[in-house]
Design a protein around this ligand. Sequence first.
Ligand code: CA
Ligand code: CA
Length: 188
Amino acid sequence: MWANELSSPARRPSPTPWGRLGGGDSNRLHQVVSFPTNKRQAGITLVELILFIVIVSIGLAGILSVMNLTTQHSADPLVRKQALAAAESLLEEISLKDFADPDGSEAGETRPTYDDVDDYDGYASTGIRDINDTPIGALADYTVSVKVDAAASLGALGGGKVKKISVTVSGPGNEPITLDGYRTDYAP
Ligand SMILES: [Ca+2]
Ligand SMILES: [Ca+2]
């Protein structure tokens, strides 16, 4: 009685897809649910590995060359800014001098005793020096030169009333920086 109830079709669990397939054909069921195990498990070949290494090496070489260039030139803005500061300083020093020599004598004048703009024409120095002609040790690798054009003109102003001051400073391994300024004869 119990055996009949358990084995009766009405009490069986709902058939699975596998059950529908075979109806007892275990061989066919095995073919459906099993994963293919006989497929060849291929990794990467030696040629693929070598190609990968070559491509990655080329990419790395490019990145490293850019980094190298960036590192080499990372100090350039500092040198350029320093050269610009030195040029501005000297240009200001010259511009504040008299337009013409106040005492009329140019004899024996050195930079600490320069008293007019023209005195700086042709001034040149290897290593930046301060207003008292004392070398500034940290700027020993900079060079400076000055040109004063006494016959310059500025707009309608000319005729010896304008002097053009050109200060050129170059730092180590850098392009020179030239600053131009004008000094007019505004004194009566
Ligand atoms: Ca003088
Ligand atoms: Ca002078």
